[in-house]
Design a protein around this ligand. Structure first.
Ligand code: SF4
Length: 362
């Protein structure tokens, strides 16, 4: 196919300008020194959760603990979730583990080496498949992430709402045309993401020193802050978690969260969720068995509060710490079990719970 004939002037100038810019401005990041699909896949999954500076230590810790996909396949899920702790979206960590097992058990430890085969893997979407296919195997497929949407929307003056299917098709078609001109698809994909991350940033793009300034529709028409167009997010849902922390000597009662909800397979305490904040424990709708324990226990401290903001939810938690006498210690309801403070520290937990344990139980 003759791609060149479809291109306008902006598209022809854009790719070489970007490649040239990247040569001089790229950051030295560990995952850019490898063509190993496992390491690249790992870095991409981590970087979907966090910024480069915060993601780098996670990447290094994961590779140190699980140097190969086989090592990750054999990992204990609790340990893997604990390494992931702080990144959120724990289903991605579980998908990571399942995919590692699939590659090891079903594919003899060999990652699929094409975009289409990568897409068949659990937890690998179009972005990650394109990243692994181009960075590890040099396939000419474009990555389209938030950085790429922003850069393309501004440079080419695309007004479509990037959350719509129609816009996604427009951007994918443009990105596919552009990558045909790249000298090396892996370098070009790195370049456009890097350009979005450090030059054409969301709030303060560095337009004055920009190599594509004279081709950039947003710059030439003063629309940098209007593009890309993105529909407003759904409002954040407020949730109120009332945690009863039963203690007996140096033991604390915790349970695994098994419901299909946030923090699945992580551990927390006895939880009563309410529709609104509750100031007094006596106002809480406690199940009978829990109420009995509360009545016979002794409040160890004043209640404390903490908040954790997730992508679509704000969790406002109140913690009530209650010491139980030995005679009640074997009557734990709601799937709770006793853990020593040391054991509790080793369980995979949401950040909210980790912070509480660190602050309150030492
Ligand atoms: S001129 Fe400004 S808005 Fe346009 S690509 Fe460069 S940094 Fe981004």
């Amino acid at each position: 196919m003759n791609w060149q004939s479809d291109l306008n002037v902006n598209e022809t100038v854009f790719v070489p300008s970007l490649e040239h810019w990247y040569e001089y401005h790229k950051r030295d990041l560990p995952w850019r020194h490898t063509r190993d699909p496992y390491s690249i896949w790992l870095s991409e999954v981590i970087l979907q959760q966090t910024r480069v500076a915060q993601g780098k230590p996670y990447y290094e810790r994961f590779l140190k603990t699980y140097p190969t996909v086989q090592d990750m396949a054999r990992a204990d899920e609790r340990e893997l979730l604990r390494l992931w702790q702080g990144l959120g979206y724990y289903s991605r960590a579980r998908n990571l583990h399942q995919t590692a097992r699939y590659v090891t058990d079903e594919l003899n430890g060999k990652f699929p080496d094409t975009y289409h085969d990568l897409l068949k893997m659990k937890g690998i979407g179009v972005y990650t498949a394109a990243a692994v296919a181009s960075f590890a195997f040099g396939e000419r497929v474009p990555v389209v992430d938030g950085n790429v949407y922003r850069v393309l929307a501004r440079v080419f003056g695309i007004n479509e709402d990037i959350t719509t299917t129609g816009a996604k098709k427009t951007f994918a078609a443009l990105a596919t045309r552009l990558i045909q001109q790249a000298n090396d698809p892996a370098t070009y994909n790195q370049a456009i993401m890097e350009f979005g991350a450090i030059q054409c940033t969301p709030v303060a793009p560095d337009c004055l020193l920009c190599p594509v300034q004279q081709q950039c529709v947003a710059y030439l028409t003063g629309q940098q802050h209007r593009l890309p167009v993105k529909a407003k997010k759904a409002p954040v849902r407020e949730r109120y978690f009332q945690y009863l922390i039963f203690r007996n000597g140096d033991k604390v009662a915790m349970r695994e969260r098994t419901d299909r909800d946030i923090w699945q397979n992580l551990y927390d305490f006895c939880l009563i969720e309410t529709d609104e904040p509750k100031a007094m424990l006596r106002d809480l709708p406690l199940p009978n068995l829990v109420n009995e324990l509360v009545m016979q226990g002794v409040f160890a401290t004043m209640p404390t509060e903490a908040t954790q903001l997730l992508s679509h939810q704000r969790i406002k938690a109140t913690f009530y710490e209650i010491d139980l006498p030995d005679k009640l210690a074997d009557q734990l309801p709601m799937g709770l079990q006793w853990y020593s403070t040391g054991e509790a520290g080793q369980l995979p937990k949401p950040v909210l719970i980790t912070n509480y344990l660190e602050k309150s139980l030492g």
